[in-house]
Design a protein around this ligand. Structure first.
Ligand SMILES: *Cc1c(COP(=O)(O)O)cnc(C)c1O
Length: 567
């Protein structure tokens, strides 16, 4: 039977991986998810193997000058300290050039399960031409042209399949994490005499992109030139027939099982690809609980819930944790964050002031500056309902001027509000900072433009720590949100007529207004005047959302559906 996890390995192929803090091999949520997936595999002791690129120069280290202008310094990470070099190479040709690919292995070890290796492909070898050496150096190849990016995807897909073979893995399922990995189907087509059904039996695909324009597309000629005679370009056209090589369509057409990463994202994907509507399932993301819980909450959970690390569904028993110890554990983590912020910025946050956290990649749809849409109104909210302080973090992709403007804009609002509202921006958002922030703030703020947040996972990390989310109802929050119980919403419900009619400017206005109103009438009064109620919401965040939006549940769903033999 093809595709059971029992009769071979699941190979999880992803352009980026958030493995541990010192390894700068990821850009954002997609990579962090890949890391949490593999941590979930290890906990469940599944026969699985990860595949990615070495990305030895990382994404770069972010520095911000006085006005918030981002500078990115190359940030190579010490590969030998984390990874073991493998004595294996494979070769392929790209644009007629010979490419030799080496590999490194990083082991993800579970405290209570097994070990899952991640194979990291490396073209930076003396036997390769200079441009080929660069293919696996930087995450998503900033500043490079389309041909270079396509070549990178070919290394991941074709090089990945060949390397697994060379290393002796018996792979029953190739799981493509986002369209970047979809060229692995080309190598599988070649091996199966272009028999698409045989390829489909071996492939599973998870899409993450809820907007049509954001899917990667390339000219057939470009791919034909680069891949040479690997497979006829006519075969690619057959499986990506809309005039371009569309990496998502290729994966949709050549996978036996396909899913979006939340219920809402499933619907959006079905609308985008109606011919695949029947075929697109939903598995809502989960974050890896032991990785994303702060020390003090972890101690508290140890005292109250046996084996919560092994079986995080048991976090439902958090309903029985008492007020006082929950509040104390939270405040201890908050003090830890305050210290962390002081060390990095010199800014002194107040332990008794409601603290909002917002850490995201600096891209327009995440709308980092939404809170400042109407500063007079924000001043009024604070004057009437109580103080807030805000911690921001997030990188713009190197060279992304729009993203850089967003960071500068936050800096300028912070300056305008200096002396009234403490606002600080932390440099170089990474996994360690992600944990500090989601475990140490009082409220996790999230206000993406709908339906752009396919899932989002940082709000799940917050939930594990008893930090309620305050968010537009998009991504996983459509499922995790119970108003005033697990957090709060911003703006209209999905599918409401009001949501359907909005353009971007209206959406900003409607959401900013809702944000101010809810902050003034619900969030701040509860925090300052009804601490008991507040702690109840913290407890619910753990008990209702922590117990569901975790990596073990996510991976059990993949095992039961995506990797099951009947799928
Ligand atoms: C969790 C995390 C993300 C993803 O969070 P989103 O909610 O999807 O934006 C990105 N980067 C880092 C460093 C993280 O820890």
């Amino acid at each position: 039977m093809a595709g059971t996890s029992q009769d071979g390995h699941v190979a999880y192929v992803s352009m980026e991986y958030g493995l541990e803090n010192g390894m700068n091999t990821y850009n954002g949520g997609l990579g962090i998810l890949a890391g949490d997936v593999v941590r979930g595999f290890a906990d469940l002791d599944v026969d699985a193997v990860g595949v990615t690129l070495l990305n030895e120069y990382g994404l770069g280290e972010q520095q911000l000058d006085e006005d918030g202008t981002q500078h990115v310094e190359p940030a190579p990470w010490p590969v030998e300290e984390y990874c073991e070099p493998l004595d294996a190479t494979v070769s392929m040709t790209i644009g007629g050039h010979d490419v030799t690919i080496g590999a490194w292995r990083y082991d993800v070890e579970s405290e209570h399960g097994g070990t899952v290796p991640v194979i990291m492909l490396d073209t930076d070898r003396e036997d390769n031409d200079n441009w080929i050496r660069e293919l696996t150096q930087r995450v998503y190849a900033p500043g490079k042209d389309e041909g270079f990016k396509l070549a990178v995807y070919l290394v991941l897909g074709i090089g990945g399949v060949r390397m697994l073979d060379e290393l002796g893995y018996d792979v029953s399922t190739y799981h493509m994490n986002e369209g970047h990995a979809s060229f692995l189907t080309l190598e599988l087509l070649r091996r199966n005499d272009l028999d698409a059904e045989a390829v489909r039996e071996q492939c599973v695909f998870t899409t993450h992109t809820p907007v049509a324009a954001a899917h990667d597309e390339y000219h057939y000629d470009l791919l034909a030139d680069l891949m040479g005679d690997l497979v006829p370009i006519e075969t690619v056209k057959e499986h990506s027939p809309q005039g371009m090589v569309h990496t998502t369509r290729l994966a949709l057409n050549l996978s036996r099982y396909v899913n979006g990463v939340a219920k809402r994202h499933q619907e959006v994907s079905q609308e985008m690809f109606p011919e695949h509507a029947e075929h697109i399932d939903a598995i809502t993301n989960g974050a890896h609980v032991p990785t994303w819980v702060g020390d003090d909450i972890a101690d508290l959970l140890d005292e109250n819930i046996r084996d919560w690390r092994v079986y995080p569904t048991k976090l439902q028993h958090a309903t029985l944790i008492e007020d006082e110890p929950l509040w104390e554990a939270h405040q201890a983590q908050k003090r830890d964050l305050i210290e962390y912020v002081r060390e990095r910025t010199g800014v002194e946050l107040d332990e008794d002031v409601l603290t909002l956290g917002f850490a995201r990649r600096a891209v327009p749809y995440k709308r980092a500056p939404l809170l400042f849409q109407d500063k007079e109104r924000l001043r009024e909210v604070v004057a009437r309902a109580g103080d807030v302080q805000i911690v921001y973090a997030g990188k713009a992709f190197p060279g992304d001027e729009q993203g850089k403007d967003i960071i500068r804009e936050i800096y300028s609002h912070a300056e305008d509000l200096a002396g009234e509202i403490t606002i600080t921006y932390l440099e170089d958002y990474d996994m360690e900072m992600g944990l500090k922030l989601t475990s140490g703030v009082d409220v996790w703020l999230n206000n993406p433009r709908r339906p752009r947040e396919a899932s989002g996972t940082s709000g799940m990390k917050a939930a594990f720590n008893g930090v309620p989310q305050f968010s537009t109802i998009d991504g996983w929050w459509v499922e995790g949100h119970i108003e005033g119980e697990t957090g709060w919403s911003i703006g209209p419900e999905p599918h409401s007529p009001r949501e359907q009619r909005m353009n971007d400017a209206q959406e900003d206005l409607v959401d900013a207004t809702a944000l101010y109103d809810t902050l003034e009438q619900e969030v701040l009064p509860t925090y300052y005047d009804d601490r008991e109620e507040w702690i109840g919401i913290m407890r619910n965040a753990i008990a209702f959302n922590g117990s569901r939006y975790h990596a073990r549940r996510m991976m059990e769903e993949y095992l039961a559906t995506a990797y099951a033999p009947e799928n």
